[in-house]
Design a protein around this ligand. Structure first.
Ligand SMILES: C[S@@+](CC[C@H](N)C(=O)[O-])C[C@H]1O[C@@H](n2cnc3c(N)ncnc32)[C@H](O)[C@@H]1O
Length: 319
């Protein structure tokens, strides 16, 4: 597998791959910010460590509320979601529906897998490589996030938006997108985009926040206070008082989640705090709402369930 290095100079980012095929890709931040005017994105503008697989790239137009996308991107540029550990992988494998994929699909037959909104921890690409032996294309809205994810795993990276994915129809056998579409102005359209890039008979695993979880009122009330403190430039107060308090609560959440007592790194709790409370745009759903979308789009919901102490709703879907 090629080792890919990133370097940045004068606002341009170049990607160079040690194994040969050198890709120089200009960074165009407007690509992932969302534009008020429809805008075509060409292959040469798509960030990718290995653009060799050009057949999966398509031209896209953007057509949604750019300000929300921009705010979410800025949040993750500054506070990338880097929440990775063996405990997290154990939780995903044993306590989410991703661990049940092999009961419904044969990953050994897959050619292409994509993870949309990979996060700095690149949790799903790491999972796909470890358990399915598949190198997932890793997509994220936030360029900074991709840079950090890049330090963890060498897979093809694409800077893109789940509402207008720069891929051809039916380009992939399986798509994962966990904890992502509820940060967009149009999660229903995001689901359709994911469907579009998956081949018939292929699958998807999508997760969103659960409106029936305690996290819903906590994000709105307590989270509102934290976000206000940050806006008032009182972030040190949040960092030194509320993050440590959250770490105390977070450990039992993880224990409930993995169903045993394990040490939880403080940095994992801190990353989770930023994600859970400082995120500027979060939507919550009931399982029946998402199931209705799935059915209305002609998809089959193979199984749904909650995880992460009922904070998350997961849906394993066949196209
Ligand atoms: C909560 S993190 C989840 C990361 C990873 N999927 C996981 O489960 O660990 C959300 C990620 O989605 C990305 N994201 C948010 N909105 C997005 C969008 N419209 N398109 C693509 N990625 C997006 C963020 O940059 C962030 O890295």
């Amino acid at each position: 597998m090629g080792h890919v290095t990133l370097s940045e100079a004068e606002g341009h980012v170049t990607l160079s791959e040690a194994e040969g095929s050198l890709d120089h890709v200009k960074r165009d931040s407007s690509l992932s910010l969302g534009m008020t005017e429809p805008r075509h994105v060409t292959l040469s503008e798509v960030e990718g460590s290995r653009n060799a697989d050009a057949s999966i790239i398509r031209t896209v137009q953007q057509h949604y509320d750019a300000s929300i996308i921009r705010a979410v991107q800025q949040h993750y540029d500054v506070r990338s979601f880097d929440c990775m550990s063996e405990i997290v992988l154990e939780e995903v494998r044993n306590h989410t529906l991703l661990g049940e994929v092999e009961q419904y699909f044969d990953p050994g037959q897959w050619q292409r897998v994509v993870d949309v909104g990979c996060g700095a921890s690149a949790r799903n690409p790491i999972f796909a490589l470890r358990y399915w032996g598949r190198e997932a294309v890793a997509v994220d809205l936030s360029w900074r996030t991709l840079q950090r994810a890049h330090e963890r795993i060498a897979v093809p990276f694409v800077n893109g938006n789940v509402l207008a994915l720069p891929f051809q129809d039916e380009a992939f056998d399986f798509a994962t997108s966990t904890g992502v579409i509820h940060h967009t102005p149009d999660p229903r359209e995001a689901l359709r985009e994911l469907k579009r890039i998956v081949r018939p008979g292929g699958g998807m695993f999508v997760s969103v926040y659960n409106r029936r979880s305690i996290y819903y009122p906590v994000y709105r009330c307590l989270g509102g206070v934290f976000r206000a403190l940050v806006r008032l430039r009182l972030e040190p107060l949040v960092r030194w008082i509320f993050v440590p308090l959250y770490a105390l609560v977070y450990a039992p959440i993880v224990w409930m989640s993995v169903k045993r007592v394990v040490p939880v790194p403080y940095r994992q709790a801190a990353a989770d705090f930023d994600d859970k409370f400082l995120n500027p745009y979060v939507l919550f759903y009931l399982p029946e709402e998402i199931e209705e979308w799935i059915a209305a789009d002609g998809l089959v919901c193979l199984k749904s369930g909650t995880h992460m102490a009922s904070m998350m709703l997961g849906f394993l879907i066949r196209k």
